[in-house]
Design a protein around this ligand. Structure first.
Ligand code: MG
Length: 256
């Protein structure tokens, strides 16, 4: 995947005047709709954001999906009572607009990796291991000095099980996940289904895990939008979470 060398080539995606009914909207959550929190459970989704997402979901005729590293159950917990079409665990699980849920891989395949990670981190209780079902996230925000040791150790672990597992890097997080899906494949699957099919795809995300999604949206002649700094294949960018929320609010209200 060829990435732009500059952190932002084209600011201001040409979206504010778009009619939501023409769009297939895909949104990452952490670092895109809400700031990244110290612990994954500590994010705050306030009523204003929940209401905006609900309005955008309605105005787009249901063509809005969350594309997250979180599990779908976790997304639902945070967005309650709102439930949206979603891809969880970087595409390993998906809930379509009709509510049908699908999963890639078998949860048991993650067992040996779980044991190995527990043994590896016995002496590092500050490193948080988050079990999501089809993936294990190792959060080292509290121990950034362990980054290179963790990268090396988890790369070696995944290499031992290269048929079943892959390693996904994120912001101060490494995820050992079942192989066979990514955010791009999840977006491609949504784009084959109603009400997303035939619309202009938009994907907004902030992290390296979103790059697969940007590539799929670029290939579909859609709008890929990277939030914040970093090399990317996305064609547009926004500076921060507040700019994303402002843009989506303008589309939802149709008041641009
Ligand atoms: Mg993110």
């Amino acid at each position: 995947m060829r990435r732009n060398r500059l952190r932002c080539l084209k600011p201001h995606p040409p979206l504010a005047s778009s009619a939501p009914g023409d769009l297939a909207i895909f949104l990452d959550l952490d670092g895109t709709l809400v700031p990244i929190a110290e612990r994954p459970s500590a994010i705050l989704i306030d009523d204003k954001l929940r209401h905006m997402l609900q309005l955008l979901h309605q105005r787009s005729g249901g063509a809005l999906a969350l594309i997250s590293g979180r599990s779908i159950d976790d997304l639902d917990r945070h967005l309650k009572p709102l439930t949206l079409p979603a891809a969880g665990q970087h595409g390993l699980e998906r809930r379509s607009a009709s509510g049908r849920r699908t999963e890639v891989g078998s949860r048991e395949s993650l067992g040996p990796a779980k044991q190995a990670i527990e043994a590896l981190l016995q002496r590092h209780p500050d490193v948080l291991v988050e079990e999501k079902g089809l993936s294990l996230a190792v959060h080292y925000r509290n121990r950034p000095m362990l980054a290179s040791w963790l990268h090396r150790s988890l790369r070696a672990l995944v290499r031992e099980h290269s048929r079943e597992l892959t390693l996904q890097r994120g912001k101060r997080v490494l995820e050992v996940k079942l192989a066979g899906a990514d955010k791009g494949e999840a977006i491609a699957a949504f784009l084959e289904e109603a009400p997303f099919r035939g619309r202009r795809a938009v994907f907004i995300g902030d992290d390296s895990t979103d790059e697969h999604g940007f590539a799929v949206v670029n290939a579909a002649h859609g709008l890929s939008v990277k939030v914040g700094a970093g090399t990317t294949v996305a064609r547009y960018c926004l500076p921060d979470v507040a700019a994303v929320v402002d843009l989506l609010t303008a589309i939802a209200k149709g008041n641009s």
